[in-house]
Design a protein around this ligand. Structure first.
Ligand code: ZN
Length: 196
């Protein structure tokens, strides 16, 4: 799974020795705070060419070395309270089997967030195939369940429409918990946020 040799050239400019070089990374800094329906959040970087392809390599080709580079860039870019428990979206079983790690959790931990696994995935996919109408209604927006009440930060690697984050906030508030802040490694510009 981690057998791939880490790239030694910057994915952005080809510079040797750093596979996401400093100047390419800081060309992608986000404007904050970013907004989505229902919440605002702090995002480190724009989800565009460089971060999109680097995240793709991390997630689809398990090039785990990007975790460290993302975490370093994020630490230098955003402020957060590392003493507050932080929720990340739990992977589906099949994604976990395939990758062997949860990208958002790995990046958040490495960046210094206090990641907790108190959020449980109660549905394995967004697919509603095979469900009758009532089950679909019941299921329509319930993806996660909070196991223990508390105050949390939320972190995800990418925010596009914000649907995943809204569902996480719902799950926390359903248990009378509180979300103190939402953070992302990267996010689409608001105009391009009509998809996920
Ligand atoms: Zn570069």
């Amino acid at each position: 799974m981690f057998s791939k040799i880490f790239p030694i050239n910057c994915l952005g400019c080809g510079a040797i020795d750093e596979f996401l070089c400093q100047s390419c990374v800081y060309a992608e800094v986000s404007h904050n705070p970013a907004q989505r329906p229902g919440f605002s959040f702090i995002s480190g970087f724009k989800y565009e060419g460089l971060f999109a392809s680097a995240l793709g390599r991390l997630k689809n080709q398990s090039e785990y070395g990007y975790v460290n580079r993302f975490a370093d860039a994020l630490k230098n870019q955003i402020d957060f309270d590392s003493g507050i428990e932080t929720l990340v979206p739990p992977s589906t079983n099949s994604a976990m089997r395939q990758r062997g790690f949860n990208p958002a959790a790995s990046i958040a931990k490495k960046a210094g967030f206090k990641v907790t696994n108190k959020l449980r995935r109660i549905r394995q996919s967004d697919s509603q195939r095979g469900l009758d109408f009532q089950a679909r209604q019941r299921n329509s927006n319930q993806l996660f369940e909070l196991r223990e009440q508390g105050e949390f930060l939320i972190f995800d690697d990418v925010v596009t429409t914000g649907a995943t984050i809204r569902e996480m906030i719902r799950a926390v508030e359903e248990q009378s918990g509180m979300v103190l802040g939402v953070f992302a490694l990267c996010s689409t510009e608001t105009k391009g946020a009509n998809y996920e």
